[in-house]
Design a binder for this molecule. Structure first.
Ligand code: UDP
Ligand code: MG
Length: 317
């Protein structure tokens, strides 16, 4: 077995979990006799994560590190890790041990059977509130409905990718990245393995804020679907139809029904407010796409690297 496996974990204020993460991954990978490297991408942590990465690298050269100039976000951290990875297969995992390291071996097994992407499907989620479970479920269902990319249900970012998939993703330079959609988009042979998502080992979740999750959902939808842009058209046609019927009804009543009283300020007000709000929402939807187009046009780098450990170069794309 001389294939080389790269494991990437994004790190944002993960001081209390890093030693344990290294210990568990080393135990699992060495136990199976694999050749591996672990790339820890410090996404502008404000705690001591960076110095722990430096320490781990000193102790074991197979641990490598990248440190960003500030917090750029999960997708950017993972993208950087993939650009620096040299493995024949690359595994993405969270740093907080919610993705059990031993599942990586199962993924490697599937990869050796000939699959190019092996994604982790969450069979059960421990230690999460029902509201998070419910919103997550609803999110996957909506995405499935309105995009043409076949994004697997209940799948996070925990996955193994063959070198050719990593190279393909490397050529996708879009901003507001949504990897969970980009990986299925590239195609190749993909398969899922079930696993139970563990509670976070220590520290606090960074995605728990619903505002952040909402942004994430918007990125996902706008990156892979035009359906929201078409909604205004459909709603517009529907309301025009209703209005047309109403006009005919009013004319008929005026002409043929004696003593027709067509008053009602409230009705007028409700109709105007209703239409006004639909117009504002449509404008907002256009704004979401426009803002993203603006981001693309500016073409800023996705992230800036400040420092690396164990890498022979600094890529500042
Ligand atoms: N993370 C990151 N940058 C961020 C937020 C999170 O690199 O801005 C990392 C974090 O350190 C962890 C992973 O992304 O390794 C998942 O984050 P978290 O556990 O907070 O999310 P959840 O498990 O709740 O989805
Ligand atoms: Mg987590």
């Amino acid at each position: 077995m001389n294939e080389f496996i790269t494991i990437i974990a994004p790190v944002y204020n993960e001081e209390p979990v890093l030693h344990e993460l290294y210990r568990r991954i080393a135990a699992v990978m060495d136990g199976a006799g694999e050749t591996w490297e672990l790339i820890l991408v410090d996404d502008g942590s404000r705690d001591n994560s960076a110095s722990i990465i430096a320490e781990l690298h000193k102790k074991d050269g197979r641990v490598k590190g990248i440190s960003f100039s500030r917090n750029f976000g999960f997708q950017e951290a993972v993208t950087a890790g993939m650009r620096y990875a040299s493995g024949d297969a690359v595994v993405l995992t969270d740093a907080d041990l919610q993705d059990p390291p031993k599942v990586i071996l199962e993924m490697i097994g599937k990869w050796r059977e000939g699959y190019d992407v092996v994604y982790g499907v969450r069979a059960e989620r421990e230690g999460e509130t029902w509201l998070k479970l419910f919103t997550a479920k609803a999110f996957y269902r909506v995405i499935h409905r309105i995009t043409s990319v076949n994004i697997p249900l209940d799948t996070g970012d925990f996955r193994l990718m063959d070198r050719k998939v990593v190279n393909a993703i490397g050529r996708m330079n879009e901003r507001n990245r949504f990897l969970r959609g980009m990986v299925p988009w590239v195609g190749f042979k993909q398969v899922g393995v079930y696993f139970n998502r563990a509670p976070r080992y220590a520290g606090e979740a960074k995605y728990s804020s619903y505002r952040k999750m909402f942004r994430f959902a918007l990125d996902a939808i706008t990156s892979f679907s035009y359906v929201p842009l078409q909604l205004a058209t459909y709603v517009g046609f529907f309301i025009a139809l209703l209005a047309g019927l109403a006009i005919v009804a009013v004319i008929i009543m005026r002409l043929f029904v004696p003593d027709t009283q067509l008053t009602g300020q409230a009705t007028t007000l409700v109709a105007v407010l209703f239409l006004g709000s639909i117009q504002l929402i449509s404008l907002g939807i256009i704004g979401e796409y426009l803002g993203r187009i603006y981001d693309e046009v500016k073409g800023r780098p996705l992230y800036l690297t400040e420092k690396t450990w164990g890498m022979d170069r600094i890529d500042n794309y």
